[in-house]
Design a protein around this ligand. Sequence first.
Ligand SMILES: NC(=O)c1ccc[n+]([C@@H]2O[C@H](COP(=O)([O-])OP(=O)(O)OC[C@H]3O[C@@H](n4cnc5c(N)ncnc54)[C@H](O)[C@@H]3O)[C@@H](O)[C@H]2O)c1
Length: 411
Amino acid sequence: MGCGHVGLVVAACLANLGNKVTVIDIDEEKVKELNKKACPVYEEGLAEILKSVDIEATSDYQRLVDSDIIYICVGTPSKKEDGSISLEYILGAAKQIASVLKQKKGYCIIAMKSTVVPGTTEEVVIPILASSGKGVGHDFGVCMTPEFLREGKGIHDFMNPARVVIGEYDKRAGDVLCELYQSINAPMLRVNLKTAEMIKYASNAFLTTKVSFINEIGNICKQLGIDTYEVARGMGFDQRIGHQFLNAGIGFAGPCLSKDLKALIARAKQIGYEPRLLEEVLSLNQRQALKMIELLGKYIPLMDGSIGLLGLAYKPMTDDVKDSLAVEIADALLREGAKLKAYDPQAMANFEKLFPQIEYVSPEEVLKCDAILILTEWEEFEDLDYRGKMVIDGRGISKAREARIYEGVCW
Ligand SMILES: NC(=O)c1ccc[n+]([C@@H]2O[C@H](COP(=O)([O-])OP(=O)(O)OC[C@H]3O[C@@H](n4cnc5c(N)ncnc54)[C@H](O)[C@@H]3O)[C@@H](O)[C@H]2O)c1
């Protein structure tokens, strides 16, 4: 259930492993597209698999009657008020499953893939499923198997995960999922439902902490005239630290990291715990992106001159601009009355929907602006000629150091 990045990747990979898969979505347009063998999201290799396997898409949840395993892959967006997750879609899916469970004959498994805060599967989902009159643990089993894929690399990450986590209510359900994943070569952890939910949040919270940590070190380094990238490189050789997620810059972004961090903070507060470290990780990230504008203001008053943005997607290899730091930066600049030109290899169409007043141009045109801000680390930005330009770099593009005036956000 749910044909977003996660649902479609899970469906395609399980079908590719030889299972019969049906995908269900309430979005009828998506269903139509899928049945025409079109792929509604960009994931490397996904379109090819969807063309080669036989997956039926439908909006009719009665089709769940035939399933032995039902994966819940619906969205869990952040609530604006307090950052907690909205369970709107989870509740909808659980109710639909409950109404079908009544008619089901044999044992089946409900596997939660959506990211939900610890306690949700047990305290919210199971009671709804049990309202069908069927018994959890004997008529139906429940698992929570969090997804760690990186958007854009979903197929690779699903098939080659660092670990598979199976949270299980009943052993029988856990045994079936283990069998389903047997051809995936990765350590398999079997834990209870709450622990599985927490492993996902703790993992993302750790990654965001690593990013905010190196940005904090970077902010200190910049004032001391030290290159943060050299410091991070020197740290990363220590195996206890590692090189990944030590790229200083404007911060973490995208649809998952901030959302999951906010949700964990909200859950901790709900149970009366003040998660000070996590709150500071988030707050530092919010301040970090706006440093680009402070730096720019040192050189040109924002109202004057043209400003070029290189990179709009929240990370390279995607056209996704949801929760991209470029949105925050462009918004702040436009409010100051700045004239903006922008380039991104994939994300210009999506960005234009949010900011039609920006001029979308070639990278060469962006380089003609009075000042250039680099906001996404696309590899192709290493091939541009920055000589004679003024560049504020938020992502550590080495070639940009040849610019006439060059400043890294924290190096
Ligand atoms: N995108 C990622 O990189 C990623 C990685 C790991 C985990 N996750 C988590 O996985 C979950 C799904 O993420 P996504 O990015 O695929 O979400 P998404 O919002 O792109 O897709 C969710 C889909 O579910 C559909 N849906 C909603 N209610 C439904 C229902 N009752 N029945 C059938 N379909 C329904 C929506 O129409 C939508 O197509 C979220 O909890 C997310 O936090 C996402």
